[in-house]
Design a protein around this ligand. Structure first.
Ligand code: G6P
Ligand code: ZN
Length: 583
């Protein structure tokens, strides 16, 4: 057995190691600087209570992006030196973010051990490769991201760090082969276990959904299916779940081999970046398709996001969570005894609010960031939640879950079609959405992103809007000068959230303009960009009249878009005449 020594290495702080909404994300060239990752990892260990480090079991894995393999070796050596008892690694270093959450919550080691935390190596939907992004975040024993108290502590530690500990002579572990390697250090045994990336997660999914009914749907010749992992880690689960468990054809999987650079693409499941899937589903004007599949879905790099498509049809994420909530009790066994409550992030459309009201469910509006849902779930207040940013999930784990969302939709389709599989026409994704609008009304919705804007200019724009928002009469005067057919702003504010569980307050969470007719305009700065600033503009209009819910979205939203751009002086502040991405 290899016996390792612990080295104490002197170091000095790096600027800017402040974790954002979902961990620390930087270009690879920043992360590969000597001691950069080491400082952050040691600062994380130092921010945890001693029993979460000494003798603990920690998970280390991620979406497999470039630099992950090196990072896993570094973190393992530092864990050994800091007295961690054992490290769990998904085979090839791969674990989706939702799978990490599931592993923390569900996996029990051969000797009964359970993990109390994880380093997740991902920059989510940001591109990967030597010139792109890497990221690291710490998740806690509930399977969710570290709360702000911890991330602030990590950051403080990074500003004063003087030393870190590492087992330099620990040999690199072979992460390609399943098995346990045992070592001994000054404090006793240290084990590294490489395990199958998918089994714990697959087991959890099988306990939530009725796989048999989904299998029947997928075996119907009238139901065609397509899944695009965008070369991300979802590929490590897609074959196991969709093909092996549910009987989908292997040809229905696109880009399902995880790649370090996501094939040079941007692994974000939206209409702009999931080009191949969008074309296959008949949604690209330049590549018309004769017979697109009935159902299509995509995931981001770390597989926590999802995009749901029907044949020539896009489901907005805000509608998606509302529809899942409206159908969960009937269609998904896990929810058969009812929903504890539902929640959405502030910029997500109010489609979910209407469902909650209708079904008399507890409802919460939280700031952007999945961790806010986690608190509600830990307190038993929320079962289903979602965000406009292509995140949907439930209290089965404490992260959003891309494959769960797909299985939720397949369950709804299976339920709606349970007596129709032998007939000549199936209920389609589009039918389900249109029916939902007829019952609840439609929230037309779009988001404009201005990426990599000069940080100073973005700040000025936000400051201008904060100031403007204090005088509603001025706001309404500007609006009337732009479009007389847009209703008045009834209320404007900077969103502030008081967590109903721990009472903590999160302020400056975005500027809201709430209109008399239920429309909303929201401006906020992204917390996940890695360079410059990203301004997000969210535009939403409610239509209750079912004779008007079929309008094309861009038509319905055109007046509000015009108002938003003029009101914010977007072009003046940013120099941009159009957004980088529209979703
Ligand atoms: C991550 C978080 C989400 C958040 C999204 C967008 O995926 O987990 O909760 O909605 O980023 O955040 P941003 O700050 O870039 O709008
Ligand atoms: Zn992600």
């Amino acid at each position: 057995m290899v016996v390792f020594k612990v080295s104490r290495v002197e170091t000095t702080p790096f600027d800017g190691q402040k974790p954002g909404t979902s961990g620390l994300r930087k270009k690879v060239k920043v992360f590969i600087q000597p001691n950069y990752l080491h400082n952050f990892v040691q600062s994380s260990f130092n921010a945890l209570t001693s029993e979460k480090v000494r003798g603990a079991t920690l998970v280390v894995s991620g979406d497999g992006r470039y630099f992950s393999r090196d990072a896993i070796q570094i973190i393992t050596k530092m864990a050994a030196a800091n007295g961690v008892r054992r490290i769990w690694i998904g085979q090839n270093g791969l674990l989706s973010t939702p799978a990490v959450s599931a592993v923390i919550r569900e996996r029990v080691g051969a000797d009964g051990s359970r993990a109390t935390g994880a380093f997740i190596l991902t920059a989510s939907h940001n591109p990967g490769g030597p010139h792109e992004d890497f990221g690291i975040k710490y998740n806690m024993e509930n399977g969710g991201p570290a709360p702000e108290g911890i991330t602030n502590k990590i950051y403080e530690n990074t500003t004063t760090i003087k030393e870190y500990f590492i087992a330099e002579d620990l040999p690199d572990v072979d992460i390609t082969t399943i098995g346990v390697t045992n070592f001994t250090g000054p404090e006793g045994p240290f084990d590294v276990e490489v395990f199958d990336s998918a089994s714990d997660y697959v087991k959890l999914m099988k306990s939530i959904f009725d796989f048999e009914s989904i299998r029947k749907l997928l075996s119907s010749p009238k139901f065609t299916f397509c899944y695009d992992a965008l070369h991300g880690v979802a590929g490590a689960y897609a074959k196991r779940i969709f093909v092996e468990e549910l009987g989908a054809q292997e040809s229905s999987l696109l880009n399902c081999t995880p790649k370090e650079d996501f094939g040079g693409g941007h692994p974000d499941p939206n209409l702009t970046y999931a080009k191949e899937l969008v074309a296959r589903m008949g949604l690209s004007k330049s590549e018309p398709q004769d017979e697109p599949p009935e159902f299509g879905a995509a995931a981001d790099g770390d597989a926590d996001r999802n995009m749901i498509l029907g044949k020539r049809f896009f489901v907005t994420p805000s509608d998606s969570v509302a529809i899942i909530a409206a159908n969960a009790v009937e269609a998904i066994p896990y929810f058969s005894s009812g929903l504890k409550g539902v929640a959405r992030s502030m910029p997500t459309s109010a489609a979910l609010d209407v469902v909650a009201k209708h079904l008399n469910l507890k409802f919460f509006e939280v700031p952007t960031g999945w961790k806010f849902f986690g608190n509600l779930m830990d307190a038993g207040l929320c079962s289903v939640c979602g965000e406009e940013s292509f995140g949907t999930g439930s209290d089965h784990i404490r992260e959003k879950d891309g494959i769960w969302a797909v299985l939720a939709w397949l369950s709804i389709l299976a339920y709606k079609n349970k007596d129709k599989l032998g007939g000549d026409k199936l209920v389609t994704v589009e039918d389900i959405v249109v029916q939902h609008w007829a019952t609840y009304g439609r929230h037309f919705y779009t988001r404009y992103d201005y990426e990599n804007v000069d940080a100073g200019a973005a700040k000025e724009l936000m400051a201008y809007l904060v100031k403007l928002q204090s005088s509603l009469s001025e706001v309404n005067q500007i609006i009337k000068g732009v479009r007389s057919d847009v209703s008045n702003v009834a209320h404007a504010d900077e969103f502030e959230y008081k967590d109903p569980v721990d009472g903590s307050i999160s302020s400056h969470q975005g500027i809201r303009y709430l209109f008399e007719d239920g429309s909303r305009l929201i401006f906020r700065l992204s917390g996940t960009g890695s360079e410059g600033a990203t301004i997000r503009l969210y535009i939403e209009q409610y239509e209750r009249d079912s004779s008007k819910t079929g309008k094309p979205s861009h038509e319905a939203l055109a007046p509000l878009v015009e108002v938003a751009l003029k009101l914010s002086k977007m072009q003046e502040f940013t120099g941009r005449s159009s957004p980088t991405v529209i979703t």
